[in-house]
Design a protein around this ligand. Sequence first.
Ligand code: GSH
Length: 238
Amino acid sequence: MLKPNSSNRLQLYDLAGAQPQRRFSPYCWRTKLALAHKSLAFDTIPWRFTDKDAIAFSGQGRVPVLVDGDRIVFDSWTIATYLEDAYPARPSLFRGDGGRTATRFINTWADTVVSGGISRLIITDILGVLDEKDRSYFRETREKRFGATLEAVVADRQARVAGFRQSLEPLRAVLAMQPYLGGEAPLYADYIVFGCFQWARCASPFQLLLTDDPVWAWRNRLLCAFDGLAQKALGFPV
Ligand SMILES: N[C@@H](CCC(=O)N[C@@H](CS)C(=O)NCC(=O)O)C(=O)O
């Protein structure tokens, strides 16, 4: 397979909106925080949903796609395990094999309960930040997935957000005992769930969390991590 670049720095194809600096993929955020955790220098390449040709070299059509020298890795979970194995001397993302396998549950919970809940609250806002060329693709593929118009999907969100907050109780209960899912310091488990909230923050002004929620305080700690990597990103002040 042809190496797409010869840079020494890692390269990440990262979902962007109409504004190139609006980076809102939850999966790409997981990867960016994993790279920061490992102190790996990387450049991001803005990518839109319909730029399938730009990542055809990876053999599939979704981001994140990571290029590390001649290695091409896609899928946020696969990238995290790749980074853990390729850079074992750098801070661990999982703290051992048990941590790695247990974190699979967090990945699944985040992808179903957290992302699923958030998408039903903000999907029309996502449409609003997309590049013009992505809008009809996004609407068609997501309406097919939901079996409803995007407007119908978000209807009554002010009434439904309480149910979403309730669904975060397992996270809230753990954060009552420790500052991060990883314990005293964040691990990849934190970046997985945080990526969902950062997706919302970068794409939507809708307030998902109440400010007295321990999940809010945890999210703020992660916004500040790595010199404010996530906080500095273009988003909404929610
Ligand atoms: N399981 C994959 C999911 C990746 C994914 O769905 N990425 C979205 C962006 S958030 C994408 O590229 N979608 C392309 C499309 O819908 O055509 C991961 O964890 O990386």
